[in-house]
Design a protein around this ligand. Structure first.
Ligand SMILES: Cc1cc2nc3c(=O)[nH]c(=O)nc-3n(C[C@H](O)[C@H](O)[C@H](O)COP(=O)(O)OP(=O)(O)OC[C@H]3O[C@@H](n4cnc5c(N)ncnc54)[C@H](O)[C@@H]3O)c2cc1C
Length: 431
């Protein structure tokens, strides 16, 4: 059961903690031993270390620097990097299940770790599924090895600042951040808002539009470039004092005439556009964090009603039928959410069927809205003493509210797409 730790646990005490049950039981969900071991590694770290640090990161809106050192040491910064290059070689499903485990203990760590891991997942297993000629693939493999080496050897952290405040992050128009081709690379100019890990990532994985002098911006010319945080012309501006996910430190990034060498490309020309159109589950990767938060809200409630939350009086509240009904409702919601989400992350791959795409939207919607619905019920059911800042529930509640806002698959946009794509086949209109 998710540990409601609010204080760091001493290393000596860690070995005596009863381990939480896996979010997805490996036998019941037919997972492999290697997958289960990676998930267990993350769960152990989350339960024994991250849970105790989460309150301070949240209170101070501070990036979880210490957690990232631990993630590096545990090999988890390289979870999706091929084994041949020193990583754990995890596939999409394994990554998603592992991220959900981390989300149970620290939402901000899980969400920012998602941005980091996606830099390797998208340039790795996902890019392997996309068409490229031999020369382009060889060049891509050479370049990505440079990025992976930094991560494995130096613990380099990558982020994914895409949002600009306009329609680009929703996939509607070309990114306003521009990359002008020059000898040996590009000159980048632009601004990214809500850039999680700003000031803490070593490389910002920026989506921008390659634009030669006088050319017209097109989404087809989207480039995915890793820009070194230390490059001249990169600055972090603005405050960060949000409702939830405070440890993500999602401030504003400015790029002013930043030179990015060719090896900065995380994908070859044209490949991001192909990925976005043929591998849509790439946008479902923000959801695992919220599956973890949903489980954490439920686990807290059960423990609290049983009078078993450390640091609180051992008062049982489980005998009231209203509490039992609320827990039943939470349980049903949690099981439904986990079931559709597990199915969607399991079928992620290139060229999914229409049914699979609709299911992915539905899974994203269910995870993002479901986590907050479960946390809301948890607060109502546990009562006033449970929502004090000395306990993790109110943080889980605030963090869970943020999931629906994540572009390009916000809860609203998922509804839009499901409705439209269920009723219209491509090219159909009522004109
Ligand atoms: C904690 C947190 C961390 C984040 N981290 C990152 C990050 O690391 N990288 C990153 O790139 N972004 C990040 N984001 C940003 C996020 O993905 C969104 O871009 C951001 O929340 C959008 O805010 P906005 O007010 O600009 O949205 P707006 O563009 O004003 O949109 C508001 C709402 O309108 C709807 N909408 C938007 N466009 C359309 C459309 N074309 N059609 C119909 N409806 C539409 C959507 O539902 C959206 O939620 C983060 C956000 C949060 C809350």
């Amino acid at each position: 059961m998710t540990a409601p730790a609010t204080k760091p646990i001493s290393p000596a005490a860690r070995d005596h903690i009863e381990p939480d049950a896996p979010l997805f039981d490996p036998v019941a969900f037919r997972l492999g031993a290697e997958q289960a071991a990676i998930m267990a590694r993350a769960r152990h770290l989350g339960q024994t270390v991250f849970a105790g640090r989460a309150a301070a990161y949240d209170r101070d809106a501070r990036f979880p620097v210490e957690n990232y050192k631990d993630l590096h040491q545990a090999g988890l910064l390289g979870i999706a990097i091929p084994k041949s290059l020193g990583g754990l070689g995890a596939d999409y499903q394994t990554y998603a299940l592992t991220a959900a485990e981390i989300g149970r203990y620290c939402g901000a760590t899980a969400l920012t770790w998602n941005m980091h891991v996606c830099s390797t997942l998208w340039s790795g297993p996902l890019a392997d599924d996309l068409e490229m000629d031999d020369a382009t693939r060889a060049e891509h493999e050479r370049r990505r090895a440079v990025h992976y080496k930094r991560i494995i050897e130096d613990g380099a952290i990558y982020s994914q600042p895409f949002s600009e405040g306009g329609a680009a992050a929703a996939g509607g128009v070309a990114f306003g951040t521009e990359a002008k081709p020059v000898k040996g690379g590009w000159i980048v100019n632009g601004k990214k808002i809500f850039a999680s890990l700003s000031g803490h990532a070593d490389y910002y994985g920026v989506l921008c539009t390659e634009l030669a002098e006088g050319a017209k911006a097109s989404r087809r010319n989207t480039l995915y470039l890793a820009i070194a945080a230390k490059s001249e012309g990169v600055s972090v501006v603005g405050d960060w004092d949000p409702l939830g996910m405070r440890g993500t430190v999602s401030r504003t990034l400015i790029f002013k005439d930043v030179f990015v060498p060719e090896d900065g490309a995380l994908m070859p020309r044209g490949v991001y556009f192909k990925a976005a159109s043929s591998w849509p589950h790439m946008f479902l990767t923000l959801s695992p964090t919220y599956i973890g938060l949903a489980q954490a809200a439920y686990d807290f409630t059960v423990r609290y009603l049983r009078g078993e939350v450390p640091g609180t009086p051992p008062v049982k509240r489980r005998m009231y039928p209203t509490k039992q009904i609320a827990v039943a409702q939470m349980h049903i919601k949690l099981e439904q959410t986990k079931a559709i989400w597990f199915q969607a992350v399991t079928e992620a791959g290139p060229n999914p069927t229409k049914a699979q795409v609709l299911r992915a939207y539905a899974a994203q919607y269910s995870a993002m809205e479901g986590a907050n619905e479960i946390a809301t019920l948890a607060i109502r059911t546990c009562g006033g003493q449970a929502m004090l800042k000395s306990l993790p529930l109110e943080r889980i509640y605030r963090d869970s509210r943020c999931g629906s806002l994540m572009l390009p698959w916000t809860a609203e946009l998922c509804l839009d797409r499901i409705g439209r794509e269920a009723l219209y086949e491509p090219g159909e209109s009522d004109e």
